[in-house]
Design a protein around this ligand. Sequence first.
Ligand SMILES: *Cc1c(COP(=O)(O)O)cnc(C)c1O
Length: 382
Amino acid sequence: MSASPADPAGPAPAGGIVTRLGVRRVINGATTLTALGGSLMPEPVLEAMRQAAGSFVDMHELQRAAGRHLAELTRNQDACVVASCAAGLCIATLACITGGDPQKIARLPAGFGLPTEIVIHRSHRIPYDRAIELAGGRIVEYGGPLVTHGSELEAAIGERTAAVLHVAGTHLGQGAPPLETVIEIARRHGVPVLVDAAAQLPPPSNLWRFTVDLGADLALFSGGKGLRGPQASGLVTGRSDLIEACRANLSPHQRLARAMKVGKEEIAGLVRAVELYLATDHQAEAAHLRGVCDRWAGTLSDLRGVAITVEATNEAGQPLPRVRLDLGPEAACDAATLASRLWEDDPRVAVLAGPGRVWLTPELLGAGEAELVASRIRRVLA
Ligand SMILES: *Cc1c(COP(=O)(O)O)cnc(C)c1O
C-alpha cells in the first residue's frame, strides 16, 4: 500500500540539506498547510520526477499528453497541469477572459475592452483570489452573509463577466447558493463556472463530481495537498476548449502565465500522484485513520481537564477523522499554550488550535509519529 497517505514517504532525512541549514523537522499533526510544506510525496511520485528529470522533451507535447491521460483518469474532457491551485485560479481567469486568443492574451493584464469580471459570492472570498487580479481579472462580489437569492447572482452577471467562481468546502462562510444553482444561472447567461476545489480530496470522486456530474466548466485542485503530488503543482480539469485556452496562456509559451512555470518533473509527478490516488483504497485508509484517532483518544483520556472527541470529518468537511481536545479550566494550560509548546520543541509538532481547542489529524503522520505526538501532549498536560 505505497499509495496510503498514512504510509511515510520514507525515513526522516537525517543529515539532509534541511538539517544542514539548521532547520528543524516538523511532525505534521495539523493539515496539508503550504506553510509546513504541504504533503509528502510517495516513493513512486519521487521516482517519476527523477525519471522525468533525466531527459529533454517537447514540453507542449508532454503537457498535452499528460492532460489527455489525466482527463481519462478523472473522467473529464481535458485537463492541464499548473504550478499550484492558486496558479490555476490565475490561468483559468486568463482562459475565460481570452478564450486562448493570442491577440486578447497580449492585451492583458490591462484588459481594456475585454470581459474581465469574475463574480464571487461574498462568503467565498479567500486569500488566494488575488490570483484572479494578477491575471487582470476584476472581482465582483454578490450576496450577503445570511441568505442569497439567485436574483442577486443574476444581477451581478453582465456584459463584462468572464466567469463565476465557486469555492467548494463546508468550512466557508454560509449563505452562498449551492453549486447546482450557480451553474444553472451562469449557464443561462452563457458564463462559465470555475470551482476552486483545492483541498477537496478526498473523496476522490470530487475529481469528476463538480465538472462531469454537476456541470461546472473547470475545477481546480492543489497537487500538493490531498493528492500528494509535487508541492509546486496543481490540476485543472474540465471543458476541452477552456483547457485549450489555459494551455495557450501557460509555459512554455512566453505569455503571462510563464511566471508560473511547471517543469517536466512536476508534470510527471502529478500524473503519477493522480494514478496512485485513484488506486488507493480510501475506505481502508479511513478505517486505519479512525484506528489512530481511537488510540489517541484512549491514551489521552486520563488528562485532567481535557475532554476528548473523535470527529468524523475535518475542518473542510472532508471524510477524514480527527481528534478534538477541549481544554477546560482544570487543564494544565490553555489550547494556545499547548500548541505553542508543541511547536517550539525539536522536532516541531504542528497541530490546529482554536479558542479552547486543539485538533490532532492523523493522515500526514509517518510511522511512530502518532505515538510521539501523544507523548509530547502528555508531557505538556500531565
Ligand atoms: C490551499 C488552497 C488554495 C491554494 O492552493 P495552492 O495549491 O497551495 O496554490 C486555493 N484555494 C483553496 C480553497 C485552498 O484551500
